[in-house]
Design a binder for this molecule. Sequence first.
Ligand SMILES: Cc1cc2nc3c(=O)[nH]c(=O)nc-3n(C[C@H](O)[C@H](O)[C@H](O)COP(=O)(O)OP(=O)(O)OC[C@H]3O[C@@H](n4cnc5c(N)ncnc54)[C@H](O)[C@@H]3O)c2cc1C
Length: 506
Amino acid sequence: MQDRPIIVGAGLAGLMTALHLAPLPVLVLARAPLGTGAASAWAQGGVAAAVGPDDDPALHLQDTLAAGDGLCDPAMAERILRAGPDAIAALIGHGAAFDRTDSGALALGLEAAHSRRRIVHAAGDGTGAEIIRALIQAVRDTPSITVLDDVEARRLIVEDGRIRGVLAVGPHGAMTLPAARVVLATGGIGGLFLHTTNPPAAWGQGLLLAARAGAALTDIEFVQFHPTALDAGCDPLPLVSEAVRGEGATLIDETGSRFLADLPGAELAARDVVARAVWRHQAAGHRVFLDARTALGDSFAQRFPGINAACHAAGIDPATQPIPVVPAAHFHMGGVAVDAAGCSSVEGLWACGEVASTGLHGANRLASNSLLEAASFARWVAEDVAATQPVRLRPLPAPKLPPAPDPAPVRAIMSGQVGLLRDRDGLQEAIRRLAPLAVSGGAAADPATLGLMLAVAALRREESRGAHARTDFPDHAPAFQHRLSLTLPEAIAAAGRLADPIARRA
Ligand SMILES: Cc1cc2nc3c(=O)[nH]c(=O)nc-3n(C[C@H](O)[C@H](O)[C@H](O)COP(=O)(O)OP(=O)(O)OC[C@H]3O[C@@H](n4cnc5c(N)ncnc54)[C@H](O)[C@@H]3O)c2cc1C
């Protein structure tokens, strides 16, 4: 009954938090074996950090605030971006081998809306895999860290408003794990949508665990759709990194026309702008391709070996053929509302990485800022967890285990009505369709409840800003130039005004 912090999730955020907590004993729960099931291992472009000789965190901040479209928390963003060079040094310290120039300096890539080359990468497009390889080794070398993989957290146990433990399920069935300090590092929500680049199970379970425990969520309406997922007809869709456009690849349609040429910034405009332009062009009946033949040609395979392999698996040779692409849900700017130490509004609950909403990303994440956020925030979360007094734990009654979640019935609703382009009628319709699933108690209940919260948040924000595009409110509204928080009871109350099943339950 030792009060050992539990970290839920073993991507960059979870593993870095565990390493920073050493030698304090911690338990890491991961739904999938280490190295799998985490978006971190799939990251291609790299980690943004102002480490180049022509760069400065102040310039990185300028670019981040511009992408965030008026919604970043500037002080928080400045703190995270200033910590960038240290976060890179910490990753190198754990053994991550980043690509270097002939002179031994870090090789820096360029991505959309960055004014400098500042993307630190490894093995070309294998950055995430290299970072996670190094961190797994470091975790294995750290005796204070115990990893339970193949274990899924299904509920947080809360008594008197504070965390008391985790209800989880593993190969041997359900288990109740007492703990007064829990860190959620559960990643993103792309799996709530039909097209996603996220690992298959990443539908936002951690976010819902927090909401059910009473935590406030912030800015959850902001979902970033990546403009160039490989249109290979599989699930999830392989990503074709923005770094390919950074190297000069262009977007064309089936006629060969470069349809974004007149857009300010063209292919390297902010990600939401490019994603909507591609979506609209496809909605008008066109097919869209990323053309790297001239910019990269034969060097494609060497610069982007992972993407090259994914293209070849789909029967495309990017050196000689345009790559078919489609927008896909990629990153969640919103998340569990946290303070500067990663603390949520529930005592004993922290959040780190994509599941958290720190204020860095605002309405739209600047490319490659998320690995940086996870790596730098992990230190501050660990410091706060370690400074929180352990409490005396007692055995907990096991709450009823909810069914294994299945987002399948929710995904078409989310993509259809809560996707790249939204309006009031569609969002209300989504709420009406999600409500019976949310109260069903069945496998779709948890994903539908989170989808409902997103739809309520998107309905409430009557403006277009960053990744949140309302066709009925196409402009910024000064009244909405602030971050919005939402709790589960608030979402249920709002949905209850539109949907009978929720009204009866409320
Ligand atoms: C294809 C792709 C490419 C990307 N490229 C980049 C890039 O180049 N640069 C960049 O900055 N960002 C990139 N991103 C975004 C970035 O990878 C993520 O934001 C970041 O890795 C999130 O890290 P995390 O540790 O928060 O979550 P993850 O790495 O997703 O880890 C989540 C962990 O939580 C576990 N988990 C989830 N729910 C539960 C549960 N209920 N119980 C137990 N375990 C659970 C998962 O199994 C996993 O171990 C990319 C994302 C994708 C999908």
